[in-house]
Design a protein around this ligand. Structure first.
Ligand SMILES: [Zn+2]
Length: 145
């Protein structure tokens, strides 16, 4: 099966250890995701490509219980839609990133829990190509650091 990323240069992939591609401003050290064309803090246009930590902590989260409006483009219909979690993940002391969560059960999510980047199927195109996106998945068990 063919798999493609939903957008170029948003995450490193294929990889056993994918990372989100952010940007770091050499002038003021602000880190942003996705990679911006200019620094939102100081306006510098010299923002450098900067790979973000793979693991972070769940700062806050919610669950998406209904099909989002266009342009969502997942190919899902109200009949095929399945709820998913959406989290704001703190990556190190660098940046907070909003992303899908692989877990949508509120009982299995907790503020401050450790999560790790995963690349997951987003939709399947008519020709069978799987379009991949990024999500965070809870890190299981003690001593997993
Ligand atoms: Zn800056």
């Amino acid at each position: 099966m063919t798999q493609v990323a939903f957008a170029p240069d948003v995450f490193t992939w294929p990889s056993d250890a994918p990372q989100l591609v952010g940007g770091r401003c050499p002038s003021c050290a602000a880190v942003a995701f996705p990679l911006p064309s200019a620094c939102s803090r100081c306006g510098s246009t010299d923002v450098e490509r900067h790979l973000l930590p793979r693991r972070g902590t769940l700062y806050t989260w919610t669950t998406q219980d209904f099909l989002p409006k266009e342009p969502y483009a997942s190919g899902e219909t109200p009949d095929t839609f399945r709820p998913y979690g959406v989290g704001l993940v703190q990556l190190g002391d660098e940046v907070r990133v909003e992303a899908r969560l692989t877990e949508s059960d509120p009982r299995l999510l907790d503020f401050g829990m450790e999560v790790e980047l995963a690349i997951v199927p987003f939709r399947t195109d008519d020709d069978g190509t799987e379009v991949m996106t990024y999500a965070f998945t809870p890190v299981q068990g003690p001593g997993s650091e």
